[in-house]
Write a protein that binds this ligand. Sequence first.
Ligand SMILES: [Zn+2]
Ligand SMILES: [Zn+2]
Length: 197
Amino acid sequence: MYGSHGAVRPAVGRGSAQSPDYCLRGHRLQIAGVTGRYSHYYRLTDITCEVCYALKDPLATWYLIDPTEQYSAEDADTMGLVLVLIPPAMRGGLGHIELWLGGVSVGDIDLRACGPCRRAVLEHVRVDEKYRRMGYGRVLVAAAVARAPGYSWSTTTMDTSLATRAFWAAVGDQVPGDIGGPPNYCTDMLRAAEHTP
Ligand SMILES: [Zn+2]
Ligand SMILES: [Zn+2]
């Protein structure tokens, strides 16, 4: 799959300017050796651990996407992998972040955030089946949390399916607050929810 145009590979939500110290298998890159290049398909920097590459590990190459870089649907690049923000219509309303690959949404997350109350709630995370276990959900959660740094976060009540538990067990460390529900809505959020069908 290496070098094949458009191959699905993991994306990891880290600052694009930040170079990682470890690969996805935990190798220290300073010792393992690392190659970074610009991917024209994803329009992101890709990083390859040279040890993982030599061992033919499918996680050898990954992308660095900055979760704070979010575009409006009008301004978003219809090439590459980009985060697109659809802001809420009112305070406490449901905001929406999508991850687009080549102009098509492959995953999204719903959130409510209230500035005056400094509260935020994650509602749903969805990633297309074809793109699961690639780090895309982690990128979406990091993008949502980046919208409201320092807020008190909670999530809606989760189902107990294996897929849901596996996701949050892997990604929950990204959320600075209570995972699993119930959501800690403020009155603005409850009011906004009443106004939205
Ligand atoms: Zn490695
Ligand atoms: Zn509020």
